[in-house]
Design a protein around this ligand. Structure first.
Ligand code: FES
Length: 105
């Protein structure tokens, strides 16, 4: 599930950080949002709805919830509201996560 990104990152001299996306190492500029790093990395979806529709960051300001990913084991993390950092483990979120205390899957 990887297509070329349509986003170009402008050159800058900031240091880089590395994190993993579904187990693959990704390099990003320090200080940018995780959503921006994901958009620059891949033009494909960062999550799928319960119906299998692809979604990725849209508003970049915490409103649309289309950027939700799992970060370091925490599901439903809004990637646009998190600054990328070294060692972060990110996985695409597929479908719904179970609610706490629920037996629903
Ligand atoms: S891009 Fe809309 S909430 Fe993150």
């Amino acid at each position: 599930m990887n297509i070329a990104s349509r986003f170009n990152v402008l050159p800058d001299d900031r240091q880089t950080v590395q994190f993993t996306l579904d187990g693959e190492i990704v390099t990003a500029k320090q200080g940018i949002s995780l959503a921006a790093a994901l958009l620059a990395q891949s033009g494909t979806a960062s999550r799928q709805t319960v119906n299998g529709a692809g979604r990725t960051a849209f508003c970049m300001m915490g409103v649309c919830f289309d950027c939700m990913v799992n970060v370091d084991g925490v599901p439903n993390t809004q990637a646009c509201m998190v600054t990328v950092r070294d060692g972060m483990r990110v996985t695409r979120q597929i479908g719904l996560r179970p609610l706490e205390g629920s037996n629903d899957v």
